[in-house]
Design a protein. Structure first.
Length: 626
């Protein structure tokens, strides 16, 4: 289910909505139009569920509960409080969003299995509350609740073309709302959370809040679907909102294709057209045939109908253009440079690897930065189940220097970086620029100026290189989702600043412009390392923590990373880097600290440390490269 989420679905969504708007001109039968109405109602909620699953990485098997809340609140306030129908629909949507946020806050901390089971039984609890005596004054209990007719002048919105286009408008609003969410800062942050929650926290994303916000949006959209369902059926019964409907909704998203917004709409139309097609057979045969067809679609086209249609369109376009001569691209500066850079693993099909800076002077020619330390670690200790990972580590990093941490595997190097960034609780003190940040969470430490990368870059594969860097360029991920989606001048200015920071980081690292708009999943490991550094750098940190930036790279790519770090240093950023490659350390480091079994073995200038006999025995003998 955690497939690639898509950005470029605006035009397909518009085309599909246009086809549905024109459908009554072709589908003139009352029963056939009724099938499309029900399909669009389910599609409203399925689009929100797709945001939750495909873009945020969360699962819900009880989403039809929010249909019930929207439907019952809208109907109840009209019957009992005599509200007009427009405020009543708004009340239903807001009530569903509020309940989704509350319930979501309970489930988002659970892993997949716990969340799936919890939301599944949520449906049973909801049916019990609706049909029981506790809320019977508002819901009618097991007797149900009649929905007052909604009219505009002499036209009823509960039947015929007026009902069809009312539901169509609700679907169009849901699609537009969810598409907008996927493109603003909150939606981008949710996609990082889906990829890796720890990385998201290091980037300043408040993981819990972003998950709850996605839950609230999905709940609000489902509440709107419930209001439309109330208009269609005219009478609400607890049986209308059982667990089976929630499972059907999830199946619609799976069949249509997660992470596409358009897929759930296709899935809903396919789903209910199939139901209608088997309606003439017996009940048992209908259920069997329907289940077999859905199973076949899920197994054979596990990325969903949208992906199948997308591939078909691409093949048609390719066949249409077959035989048309394509002019060879002119040999520009990048093309001329490609052969020189094509020998290393970073070069891809004519795209040069990030440029290797050749003007770096020998380390001995540079004075070691002096002055008060930017980072001071005092007696840092970490235990894992009685095993001492770090034992009383003291470290001082001067402002403006590149400080390397070296040592054999298992020495505690990554654990130390986790302690500095706030991922790993520890004893002792972490002092940044004179302020004790030991008790501060990850997101606050980032706001104070600490950014970091990881040994294995956890980029969002379905975002481009530039978009990945933009996510790291925001000073904070606080703010209102509604204001972001409204596109107010203040949010547009903030987004523009983030884009400028991202581009500046990419340019500082000499990352080729021809690769900026390539999806991260299509980048080489060397390019991903560069993007990881650029993402951490885009927030303009004071201290940059690099965890094994050369791991898994060839010599040419290591040279490119070294050149990138030189650029970072010249920009005035202090760098603390973990490395195993001795030549890389000699090239970039002002000072070195050697860890062994969680303790500091020695610390000093790079030249002195790397020639120390004890260090050579422990570090180089343990697998370091010269």
């Amino acid at each position: 289910m955690l497939t690639r989420a898509r950005d470029d679905v605006g035009r397909p969504a518009l085309l599909l909505l246009l086809l549905l708007a024109l459908a009554p001109l072709v589908v003139t039968g009352v029963s056939d139009q009724g099938i499309l109405v029900v399909a669009m109602i389910y599609a409203v909620g399925a689009v929100g569920l797709d945001v939750l699953t495909g873009y945020s990485g969360q699962f819900s098997f009880g989403q039809f509960v929010y249909f019930a809340i929207g439907a019952y609140v809208m109907a109840a306030v009209r019957v009992h409080a005599h509200w007009p129908w427009v405020p009543a629909i708004i009340a239903g949507v807001l009530a569903a969003a509020l309940v989704a946020a509350v319930i979501g806050s309970l489930f988002v901390r659970l892993r997949f299995f716990g969340s799936a089971v919890g939301t599944f039984f949520l449906g049973a609890v909801a049916v019990d509350l609706i049909s029981g005596s506790r809320l019977s004054h508002w819901t009618g209990g097991s007797n149900g609740l009649a929905v007052l007719p909604v009219t505009i002048g002499d036209h009823s919105l509960s039947e015929g073309d007026w009902l069809y286009y009312t539901v169509w408008i609700a679907l169009a609003l849901s699609v537009a709302l969810c598409l907008r969410y996927t493109k603003v800062r909150a939606g981008m942050a949710a996609r990082v959370v889906k990829e890796n929650e720890v990385v998201a926290a290091v980037l300043g994303v408040r993981v819990f809040r972003e998950k709850v916000r996605a839950q609230a949006l999905a709940g609000a959209v489902a509440g709107l679907g419930g209001c439309m369902l109330a208009l269609d059926v005219g009478y609400l019964s607890p049986d209308t909102f059982g667990i089976s409907q929630s499972i059907e909704l999830f199946a619609i998203v799976a069949v249509g294709g997660t992470g596409s917004i358009v897929g759930p709409v296709l899935g809903a139309v396919f789903f209910f057209s199939l139901v209608n097609g088997f309606a003439s057979t017996s009940a048992s045969a209908s259920q069997l045939l329907f289940s077999l067809v859905v199973l076949a679609v899920v197994v054979l086209f596990n990325r969903g109908l949208y992906d199948l249609v997308e591939q078909g369109v691409r093949k048609l376009l390719a066949l249409r253009g077959k035989g048309v001569p394509v002019a060879e691209p002119a040999a520009g500066p990048e093309a001329q440079a490609a052969p020189a850079a094509s020998s290393g693993p970073a070069a891809v099909a004519g795209h040069p690897a990030p440029a290797v800076r050749t003007e770096v002077r020998p380390r001995e020619a540079r004075p070691v930065p002096q002055g008060p330390p930017l980072l001071l670690l005092e007696d840092i200790g970490v235990d894992f189940g009685g095993v001492r990972a770090l034992g009383g580590v003291d470290l001082s990093v001067a402002r403006g220097e590149v400080h390397a941490i070296i040592g054999p595997n298992g020495a505690g190097k990554t654990t130390l970086l986790n302690c500095i960034s706030g991922i790993q609780p520890a004893t002792g003190r972490v002092v940044l620029d004179g302020d004790d940040v030991t008790a501060l969470p990850v997101s606050v430490r980032r706001a104070r100026g600490i950014s970091r990368t990881f040994q294995h870059p956890s980029l969002v594969a379905d975002l481009t290189a530039r978009q990945n860097v933009e996510v790291g360029a925001y000073a904070t991920h606080d703010g209102s989702v509604l204001l972001e989606m409204a596109g107010l001048p203040v949010t547009r200015k903030r987004d523009r600043v983030a884009r400028e920071r991202a581009l500046a980081a990419l340019e500082l690292l000499d990352f080729p412009k021809s690769r900026w708009d390539v999806h991260a999943g299509e980048l080489t490991m060397g390019e991903q390392k560069h993007i990881d550094i650029a993402r951490a750098l885009a927030n303009e940190p004071e201290l940059l923590l690099l965890d094994e930036p050369t791991a898994g790279l060839g010599e040419e790519e290591i040279g490119a990373v070294a050149g990138a770090i030189e650029g970072v240093r010249r920009a005035g950023v202090t760098v603390l880097v973990i490395a195993h490659h001795v030549g890389f350390v000699r090239r970039i480091a002002d000072r070195c600290t050697v860890l062994d079994f969680g303790r500091v073995l020695t610390s000093g200038t790079a030249a002195d440390v790397l020639t120390d006999d004890q260090v050579v025995d422990v570090f180089v003998g343990a697998g370091g490269k010269s």
